[in-house]
Design a protein. Structure first.
Length: 175
């Protein structure tokens, strides 16, 4: 995608939706006898949520998991657009758009795997972490340099903030 086209898409964004595992985390999970014990989140991604909110862009999490740690992280970041246990994410997008009065072009989604491909094809700006599966990479407009759980969400946030009046966006060419 041409740099100018990417900038134009990012300028329209009013809502950034993200998958959790593989985007906000590195995809790993620690299990104990009673099930899931820990997920590791990147604090810089949390600052990305706050920085987006400061420029009028809201955020939400759409994940196939029903993880208490994701709920706690969303609560900490004051993310109210939280959707757990969503296996088919594309139909949820229509409900969100209708409820919030947005168009698909005003939404960005960042996902990393096959279950994100359908929604990536429906939003105005589709992104993936640098270590996403080939399926997500092929569906994305923007492939972050950062990996999942290592600042990919923050990288997308800074891109959007920059395009909406912040610092200039570096042209990474065809990366």
């Amino acid at each position: 995608m041409k740099h100018a086209d990417l900038v134009a898409k990012a300028r329209r964004i009013k809502l950034v939706l993200t998958d959790c595992d593989g985007v906000l985390t590195d995809g790993g999970v620690y299990y104990g006898e009673s099930g899931e014990v820990l997920k590791r989140f990147n604090i810089r991604d949390g600052m990305g949520v706050e920085r987006l909110r400061a420029v009028g862009v809201e955020t939400g999490i759409v994940t196939g998991e029903r993880s208490p740690s994701v709920s706690k992280r969303a609560e900490k970041l004051k993310i109210t657009e939280l959707h757990l246990g969503i296996k088919d994410k594309a139909p949820l997008l229509a409900e969100i758009l209708n409820r919030l009065g947005l168009t698909a072009e005003q939404v960005a989604f960042i996902g990393d795997d096959t279950n994100d491909v359908a929604i990536l094809g429906l939003v105005g700006l589709a992104a993936c972490p640098g270590d996403a599966t080939i399926f997500a990479r092929e569906a994305a407009d923007y492939r972050c340099q950062a990996f999942g759980g290592q600042g990919a969400f923050r990288e997308l946030a800074e891109l959007i903030i920059s395009c909406q009046g912040g610092a200039p966006v570096p042209d990474r060419g065809s990366e």
